[in-house]
Design a protein around this ligand. Structure first.
Ligand code: ACM
Ligand code: ZN
Length: 719
């Protein structure tokens, strides 16, 4: 069967409403139901125009059927449609997907998958199955619908990366930027300099790059070989995703500098904070040998990745190094440069030339731009704020909009959850409500926008078990669904309520895809001595009472005079909600205390800073067996719970690897109450007011140069 039925369409209000009533994410531009659907059975075949063959093979593998010259499911390319536009028609005679190009066909395929039983995502589709009849006309608002994944701070294997690419592809994301190098690691094989990945890809014992995140007491990490990269690029291309590599220069290059110290400026290194460890991270801008090295690196990168654009970073450059460097200073004088920004521009232009020599164009982070300093072909990824995105757009650069406070999915989704908060704390609804005009882009600025990008920086992932995708998934779903729809359908036809309902109906599909997504937080109410919890998404509620390790199924309101003793979560398959409780549950108190220790405190993170609950403190060395830290309270503290912790917040590095926890109620006699887990311990329901807590190390060293100590977190007694 070869049918090329091309319906002309206009986007009418009814079509849009209809489009948002079916469970499709992102919603299509228009959806019209047809009388009869099509039944796919084992004999059904897929036929394809030549240019659509990889999409046909992809669909065939999902459906468990074969391909043929003349199939009931036909994938065609018709250049009368725009780039990535498609029409999907399902009638009793068959299914046709017509795309304006390969991307259009693939987009039609992903829409068809969403109309099939959810088992299509778990390779368990049972045939025959009938798909409802419909005609969908659809096209993207933005050509660039990107995701940036930091595979640097936390290593992701090729297999894990491919699984994540599948999830992006299901939602019509068409660009994946791999953040391949940063201070913490180098993740791509460079054949002319194999040491970059072989040494720079691993942390742990003997590595010249000290681990800041994750495991540190054994060798840990990895890198993509050039064969891996070719496989990843091809895998993504079949799924209509272009991989854009990022080699972050001239800063964020600490790892490069530890493997090749000669790239640094000729300055004294800052040894005070880190016991002789050279923490510098910016490469010298005037050492010609650096450009030769970078040419070698970028030459191989350009040959490996078919993308027109190669991202070379340019963010957060510590230009004070260049000011101190005699070579950089002399070069600036010789060439009449007055500011280090001009030297940064010189560096970026040299990179642009190298890329051009290799047939590529440059992409950079927004802070590499000041006015007209870079070629106007440069793709600029604005991240610092909406205003910074507007600035580069106003300067006329093709702009990819990814402000951290909307699209950095490493940010927390609510206050008491895991994640960063330096850009903002935001959940799926804020992502969904993003629109350039609503956040202040003028019409002329908006014309420079070529797309949107979401991102996940992974430094906190390392502490959440990088071998499991749970944390990455939790942080990205459902925010990614909102992002995908914003980037796909643009601004005018979006409706939060419709979207939210669709997301809840879509949970079945996320389950089948194996996603560890985030459920909405349960609603908690306390009135007339009764504590109740509810969810609107059909998930199952559980609760735990303070001091008990038992997790109970929530069935009915709990009669209690102490609502702050209860916390709730909901679950559904792999999905989990954040912890919910009455507000008082999260309240803490800050009684005065002193820290003493068998170890000295560091000059820049002294113990008395932590005593103000302001920040963490550090010792000047790693702990040995029998080293101890003690928290002594001015007045004995009554509380319902007290957490004492070594290590950084959410990054359990610089800890006591093992230790015992002792409590004293009079400041003299101590009793052991437990052992540290991940450097921390929670004292639950102390029987008396606590005068002091001592933690005693029972392990030798921790693979790091110091121990971090956090002020205790103390939850008050509830009257
Ligand atoms: C960035 O977040 N440093 C681009
Ligand atoms: Zn220099």
């Amino acid at each position: 069967m070869k049918r090329l039925v091309l319906f002309l369409f206009t986007v009418c209000a009814t079509c849009v409403a209809m489009a948002q009533s079916v469970t499709l994410l992102p919603a299509p531009r228009s959806y019209a139901s047809a009388d009869k659907g099509f039944t796919i059975n084992y004999k059904t075949k897929i036929s394809c125009d030549k240019g659509a063959i990889p999409a046909g093979e992809y669909l065939a593998s999902k459906l468990g059927i074969g391909t043929a010259m003349d199939g009931d499911i036909h994938l065609a390319i018709d250049s009368r449609l725009g780039s990535e536009e498609y029409q999907l028609s399902i009638f009793s005679e068959g299914i046709t997907i017509v795309g304006g190009d390969y991307g259009g066909v693939f987009n039609g395929v992903t829409t068809l998958l969403q109309l099939l039983p959810v088992e299509v995502y778990s390779s368990n589709l049972v045939l025959p199955c009938t798909v409802k009849g419909c005609v969908i006309n659809d096209a993207p608002r933005y050509n660039h619908r990107g995701f940036m994944l930091d595979v640097c701070r936390t290593w992701m294997s090729k297999g894990d990366l491919m699984s994540f690419i599948d999830l992006l592809a299901y939602h019509k994301i068409n660009s994946l930027r791999l953040h391949l190098t940063d201070d913490e690691a180098w993740r791509i094989e460079i054949k002319s300099h194999p040491e970059l990945a072989k040494v720079g890809g691993y942390r742990g014992v003997g590595s010249p790059v000290w681990a800041r995140y994750g495991k540190w007491n054994k060798k840990w990490g990895g890198y993509y070989t050039q064969d891996d990269i070719r496989d990843i690029v091809a895998y993504a291309a079949q799924r209509n995703i272009e991989i854009i590599p990022e080699i972050d220069l001239p800063d964020h290059s600490h790892c490069l500098a530890r493997v090749h110290p000669e790239v640094l400026c000729d300055t004294d290194h800052n040894s005070s904070a880190a016991l002789g460890y050279d923490t510098r991270s910016v490469v010298c801008a005037t050492n010609e040998a650096n450009y030769t090295l970078i040419e070698d690196i970028l030459g191989e990168v350009c040959a490996l990745f078919p993308s027109t654009y190669i991202h070379v970073g340019g963010d957060e450059v510590d230009m004070s190094e260049w000011k101190r460097c005699p070579d950089c200073s002399a070069f600036m004088r010789r060439t009449n440069m007055y500011t280090t920004e001009e030297l940064r521009d010189y560096f970026m232009l040299r990179l642009s030339e190298i890329l051009e020599k290799n047939g590529k164009l440059m992409a950079v982070w927004g802070d590499a731009v000041s006015g007209d300093n870079l070629p106007k072909t440069t793709h600029v990824y604005g991240w610092e704020s909406v205003d910074s995105c507007r600035e580069v757009a106003a300067a006329g650069y093709p702009t990819i909009v990814m402000p951290g406070d909307y699209f950095y999915f490493d940010m927390k989704q609510s206050e008491h959850e895991a994640g960063h908060d330096w850009a903002a704390i935001f959940d799926v609804q804020k992502v969904y409500n993003f629109s350039p005009s609503a956040v202040g882009f003028t019409e002329s600025e908006a014309k420079s926008i070529i797309g949107l990008e979401a991102s996940f920086f992974s430094e906190l992932y390392a502490s959440h078990n990088p071998e499991s995708p749970a944390y990455l998934h939790y942080m990205t779903f459902p925010r990614l669904l909102a992002f995908a729809e914003v980037a796909w359908i643009g601004v005018d036809v979006r409706n939060w309520n419709s979207f939210h309902k669709r997301v809840c109906r879509y949970y079945d599909k996320l389950d089948a895809m194996g996603v560890y997504y985030r459920l909405d937080a349960p609603k908690i109410e306390y009135a007339d001595g009764r504590l109740s919890a509810s969810v609107s998404d059909g998930s199952t509620l559980f609760y735990r009472q303070e001091g008990s390790s038992k997790v109970m199924r929530y069935m009915a309101p709990i009669a209690t005079e102490s609502p702050s003793r209860y916390r709730f979560i909901s679950r559904r398959g792999r999905a989990i909600s954040p912890t919910a409780a009455v507000d008082e549950y999260f309240e803490t108190i800050t009684p005065r205390f002193d820290i003493t220790s068998s170890m000295k405190d560091s000059w820049n993170f002294p113990f008395d800073k932590a005593e103000n609950y302001g920040r963490i403190a550090r010792t000047t060395r790693a702990a040995d067996v029998d080293d101890w830290v003690m928290f002594s309270f001015e007045t004995a503290v009554s509380c319902r719970k007290m957490k004492v912790a070594t290590g950084n917040f959410q990054l359990p590095r610089y800890i006591f690897e093992a230790g015992d926890v002792y409590v004293s109620y009079d400041g003299e006699e101590f009793v052991k109450v437990g052992v540290l887990e991940n450097g921390a311990y929670v004292i639950e329901n102390p029987s008396q007011p606590i005068k002091a807590v001592r933690i005693v190390c029972t392990s030798r060293g921790n693979g790091a140069a110091w121990v971090s100590i956090q002020p205790p977190t103390i939850y008050p007694v509830i009257e």
